[in-house]
Every structure is written in C-alpha cells, then in structure tokens.
Design a protein around this ligand. Sequence first.
Ligand SMILES: Cc1cc2nc3c(=O)[nH]c(=O)nc-3n(C[C@H](O)[C@H](O)[C@H](O)COP(=O)(O)OP(=O)(O)OC[C@H]3O[C@@H](n4cnc5c(N)ncnc54)[C@H](O)[C@@H]3O)c2cc1C
Length: 347
Amino acid sequence: MDAGHFDADVIVIGGGPGGSAAAITCAARGLRVRLLERDSFPADRPGETLHPGVETVLAQLGVADRLAAVVGSRHAGIRIRWNDASRFEPYGQDAAGPWHGCQVWRADFDALLLGRARELGARVFQPCAAREVLMENGRIAGVLTDEGPMSAPMVVDASGRAHWLGAKLRMERSVHSPSLVARYGYATGSLPDLDVAPLLVGDSSGWLWTALVRPGVYQWTRVVLDGTKHAADWRPDEFRGLVSLGSPRGADVTWRLAGKTAGPGWFMVGDAAAVLDPTSAKGILKALLSGIITGKLVASATTGTALLEEVADIYNQWLSGWFANDARHLAAFYQSLGIAGFGSHAS
Ligand SMILES: Cc1cc2nc3c(=O)[nH]c(=O)nc-3n(C[C@H](O)[C@H](O)[C@H](O)COP(=O)(O)OP(=O)(O)OC[C@H]3O[C@@H](n4cnc5c(N)ncnc54)[C@H](O)[C@@H]3O)c2cc1C
C-alpha cells in the first residue's frame, strides 16, 4: 500500500449513531470518508429513548429539523417505581417550559443520520463488513472489507457491542459491574398507561423498562440482578395481551471499557469504546458525542493542526473520565436500592 495514495482520509466501521456522527463531522470538514455498514437497513436495534439533550447534538450534525419525522412520541420524564415507592422524574425545564425526551424508531433514526453522512459526501458501503485490519510499518493503514482492501491513515471503530477493532487487536476491556444481560422485545396493541411516559419498575431481583416507541408499538427491557433464569419466551405480564413483534432478544450490557479507546491512527466510539447498561439511558447520546469529538480530532490530525499521539491522548482521557463518572453515578443508584455487587469492580 503506497502511503501517499490512500483510498480515503478515514474509514468508519459501523453505520449506527456513533459511526454516522463521526462520518458527518469528518465529511463536513472536507475529509474523504468511507463508511462500512455490514447490515442492510432498515435494521432492528434497541435504544429508542432519547434524552432531551440529544436535540442540541443533532443540531450540530445538521439534522435537528428532521428529528420530528422519526419521533414516535414525546414525554416530559420517566415514571419510576422501585421497591414499591413511585415517583415521576422530570427531565427538567427552562423558561420555555418542560424539556421533553422522545421515542424514536431506531431503523428510521439510524437511516436519517446515515443519509446525512451521504449528503455531505461520505461514501457508504452497505452491506459491507470490515473483515481484517491492514497494517503497514506497525501502524493501522486500512481495512480488508467484503469489497476488498481499503486504505486510510485513520480508522474509526463504531461497530457497537461487536467491539470489532478491539477484538482484532486483542485489546483487553476492563469490567465494572456484575455480568448483566438485557432481554428485550416489542409488541403491538394498546397499553394506555404507557402512552404518557416510559415506566421503570424494579427491586433487588432486577428491573423492567416499558415504553411506547411509536403509536401502537411498545418495547420492554428486562435485566435480572439476582441470577433468576427466565424462559426464552419470557415477556412482561402486561404484554401478554399484545401481539409480539418477533421473539425476545438478548444483549450483554455488562459495564465495560476498552483498555485504550484511541491510538495513533485509530479511535473507538460509542459502544465499541464503552458500554453501560440501559438504565443510564445515554447510550445514543454518548455514541453521537464521541462520534462528533472523534470527527473533530481526526480532522485536526489530518490537516496537521494536531499530532496523532496528542489527539489520541486527549480522547482517551476524555472518554475514560466520562465513563468513570457515569459508572460511579450508576453504581451509587444501584447501591442506594440495596443491590449488591456494584461499585466493587475495576475502576
Ligand atoms: C436492550 C437495550 C435497550 C437500550 N435502550 C436505550 C435507550 O433507550 N436509550 C439510549 O440512549 N440507549 C439505549 N441503549 C444503548 C444503545 O442501543 C447503544 O448505546 C447505541 O446503539 C450505541 O450506538 P453505536 O453507534 O455505538 O452502536 P450501534 O448502534 O450498535 O451500531 C453499530 C453498527 O456497526 C455495525 N457493525 C458491526 N460490526 C461491523 C463490521 N465488522 N463491519 C461493518 N459494520 C459493522 C452494526 O451492524 C451496527 O449498525 C439500549 C441498549 C440495549 C441493549
């Protein structure tokens, strides 16, 4: 591979919110971007509840005015029932009134962001998976893909929980919680109680999140904390009268952080870099923000206004600090509910 003739300035692996945010930010700065997404869209993904803060971030990506087209419902906060104590936790408010979070259908949301990346000139290869890392003189120099080798001096791993680059580089991840698996599913019908706001119900045995995603479609997520095994077709009682959309699915949501989230010529964004369980309700926000910051750092390094090692250090510090802070708050939340095993892991 001739170092002077790269196919692109940056290759982004994954077309979820993190990958699209990185691609949009790089393309908007004039970089030649290639984005690889292994699945055809629309693809089913969990993660529909967006914190109100997401709207400011979407404005930076140039899609705030298109959000309404993919919003299924809005809510002013979350209803929480823990150990039989109920409360409503509002998102907050300002002079204009209460802030509203929203529910989006991920297939539409992801397609909206990927469309914006295309609009700004990013070349999207889909379906096209990253297969191997290409190295040159001990440095990452591109990716072997389903469509052949592609060279670039920068690679952004936005492959989500697949943690593709970390797995290829055999990079350790630190674990910060007990093993946590989220089971989740969707159903159509009517649950008027959920139409107002999502509901989080829990006790020391685990928690259940239920929400309206879009008119007539509801989602549930269950995380068991006491080791109880549920049958593969388990679903919440209130969902039994509804028509299931597919079978329940599972996802490993154990809190984990990559040993390094950036190095000279590579970055990890979103879930590829760090995972917390969905009670944090910030997975999408973090994917977008880490994608934007990565895009800015890649642009600075590419245009020579910052050194590769410097930008990697800045990013590592920022992401690990953010993760530690969120993990501490989440551990304190679980501890306050008398749930054992949180806060005693690596930090
Ligand atoms: C049950 C559950 C509920 C959740 N609820 C919420 C919620 O309500 N709100 C919230 O903010 N977050 C929620 N989350 C978290 C949220 O889903 C993630 O944090 C978010 O999707 C991370 O975005 P991402 O772009 O990093 O990764 P992803 O959205 O996972 O995107 C990764 C992309 O990479 C692609 N890919 C993977 N490997 C390759 C490869 N080798 N080559 C090419 N492409 C590849 C995948 O196909 C995928 O499109 C939830 C998570 C779970 C498990």
